[in-house]
Every structure is written in C-alpha cells, then in structure tokens.
Design a protein around this ligand. Structure first.
Ligand code: ADE
Length: 347
C-alpha cells in the first residue's frame, strides 16, 4: 500500500505542479473566493467562469457584501450562468455565515455541509483547498478519472458510487497537500482524462497504473445509465413593446427560474388567430404583429421549445400582470434567464 500510495499520490502531485492552470481562484486560499468559484464551476467550464468570477468578486468582495446584496443585483451578476437557485443559496449561506459564524466561513467539514447549497463535493473542495482538511472532493469529472484508473464499472450517476469512490480515494489524500491533491484530480479530468473525445493517455501521470488504459477499456468507462428523457414544453413568447419599452413578467417564487423576470409567455403553441384572441383578452391595441424568432432551451428535466411573436404598441398600455420597463434597463438592471436571450436580441 505504501508504495502504491507514493506512486499514485506522488506522481499526480508532480504532474499537477508542472501542469496546473493559473486561475483567479487559485491566487490564494481565501475560502470565500474558493466557495464562489466552486459553485460557479458546477455549471460551466473554467474559461466561461473566469469573467463571471472576476466581476462577482469586484462587486461583492466579502461574505458580508454577498449577505447584503439586493436580490435583483445578485441575479444580474449571475445572469447567463443558469441555475439561479445556486445564487440564492449563496446569499442565504452568506447570511448564515454572518449570523452564526461571525462572518468567517467555518473551517469544519460538517459546518460547511450545513450551509445552503453546499453538498459533499463542495464541502470537500472548500475544506481541502482553503482549510487543508484531508477530505475528498468527488464530482462527475473526478469519478470519470477514478472509474478508469480502477477499472470500476459502477454507475457513476448513483450517489452510492460517489460515496464509495470518496471513501476509497481518501486513503491517498496527503496530509500536507489535500487541496492540491483534489485539484490535481479535477485538473486531470479537465485536461487529460477528458469527458468528450479521446483522453490524452500519453500525457497522463497514471498511464502505468490505469486499469482501463492497460485493458483497453477507456471507451467503456465510466459507466453511466441513461437518464430518463426530458419533458418537452412548447411556449409562445410575447415581445410586447413600444419603441423603447418592453413588458416583463416576474415569475412566481417557486419552481423553475423562481422569482426571475421573463418575457410574458404561455405554455402552448399558438397560431396567429389565437394570438390575436390573447391580445384582445389583454385589452391592448397593437399596431403591428409579427412572428419573432424561435428558440430551444434545455434544463435538466425539461426542454422549452419557444416561438416568439413581436407585438408593437404605439404607447405603453396598462397590463395587469406585467411591468413596462425600458429596453435599456434589460442591459443593467433586470436579469433575464438565458432561455430568453435570443428574443432579447430581437427587440
Ligand atoms: N472545477 C471544479 N473545481 C475546480 C477548481 N478548483 N479548479 C479548476 N476547475 C475546477
């Protein structure tokens, strides 16, 4: 075991020291920065996260700023990253840190786990990177690497597999560099043992250890049972506009995209006749109506297939459930989910 541990841990850390990317959240061990980066990285690639991360840190440099931020501003900072509940959880957790931990992010694994939006992976990442705790941080990318090196055919979409891999890899986490070890595994998954396409096995520090490589099973691992197919929801999206204003609707406080602004829409396909009918029901006078764009947006469990219609009014007219805002304010004030981006461009 000792020799195996040296081979596995030592070769990985040596590889990491030469190959790690310079990233803004690796500049220091500030737990706040590491926490924010980990939450952002759960949804998007490293390159895409960088500008969001820099902007977020400039706007909200301390936990206290996050705890006090206005909800609309927070949504604006998160706009485009998706999964807005993650941003809401960040703020709720920041409040908890202010109230229960005197404004300091706790350096204890269970305390981290008790914060909103922090699960086993994130607690492991923050705990090991910021506080040198010898705990694993196993996400989908790390599971891919581990399934391959161990030739493990367990289904990596199962929570049980994640727990078991976490336990097994824990034996290799070194006392002096737990955060580097976990980040090295993540890095290996991101740049060598890649998810799509052929992994770069000739550059892997574990090429002599890797079971899948030795047994020519790279293509078969990791095992993932197919997910249930997503439900499709058709939508008609209304771009109700004047020359410089547009009508928005605020979504309810529960469910998908809760509390966010959107263009008014109905969950059905509509022909021009039923659109006319709807316009009449709203009691508005349109001076022009035309189809405007089509879009598809994929969430984890549902797909929206959307068709837009642009309805021009000479002047804003009162609408019960909608609010007129300037088109300009969509740029800096109202956060629109990226599902609606293609329609915003048509205003
Ligand atoms: N993905 C998740 N966590 C990461 C980290 N700390 N560095 C780079 N990519 C990551």
């Amino acid at each position: 075991m000792e020799k195996e541990r040296y081979d596995l841990t030592g070769s990985l850390l040596e590889w990491y020291d030469y190959n790690k990317r310079i990233l803004p959240w690796r500049e220091n061990k500030d737990p706040y920065r590491i926490w924010i980066s980990e939450i952002m990285l759960q949804q998007t690639r490293v390159e895409a996260v960088k500008p969001y991360f820099d902007r977020f840190m400039e706007a909200l440099p301390e936990v206290e700023d996050l705890a006090n931020v206005d909800d609309d501003r927070l949504m604006k900072l998160w706009e485009g990253l998706g999964y807005y509940n993650r941003a809401r959880n960040l703020k709720a957790a920041a409040n908890k840190v202010m109230e229960e931990y005197g404004g300091k992010i706790p350096g204890d694994y269970d305390a981290l786990l008790s914060l909103n939006g922090i699960g086993a992976y994130t607690a492991g990442a923050i705990g090991s990177i910021a506080f040198d705790l010898q705990v694993p941080a196993v996400d989908g990318n790390v599971m891919r690497v581990l399934a391959r090196i161990w030739g493990d055919e367990s289904d990596i979409l199962k929570e049980k597999t994640k727990r078991e891999m976490g336990k097994r890899i824990s034996a290799y986490i070194p006392k002096d560099r737990p955060g580097d070890f976990n980040q090295a595994l993540i890095e290996l998954g991101a740049i060598v043992c890649v998810p799509n396409g052929k992994p770069l096995c000739d550059q892997c520090p574990w090429d002599t250890i890797c079971k899948a490589y030795k047994e020519d099973k790279i293509d078969q691992l990791p095992v993932k049972t197919p997910k249930k197919s997503r439900k499709i929801e058709y939508k008609t999206v209304f771009l109700l506009e004047t020359d410089d204003m547009v009508a928005l609707h605020k979504r309810g406080q529960k469910g998908l995209l809760a509390g966010l602004w959107e263009f008014p829409n109905l969950s059905c396909r509509m022909d021009m006749e039923s659109i006319n009918e709807q316009v009449k029901n709203w009691g508005i006078q349109a001076d022009q109506m035309e189809p405007a764009g089509k879009g598809k947006h994929i969430f984890s469990h549902i797909e929206w297939h959307m068709e837009g219609v642009k309805i021009h009014l000479e002047k804003e007219q009162p609408l019960e459930d909608f609010q007129w805002v300037t088109k300009k304010s969509l740029e800096n004030q109202y956060a629109l989910p990226s599902a609606f981006e293609i329609f915003r461009k048509l205003l």
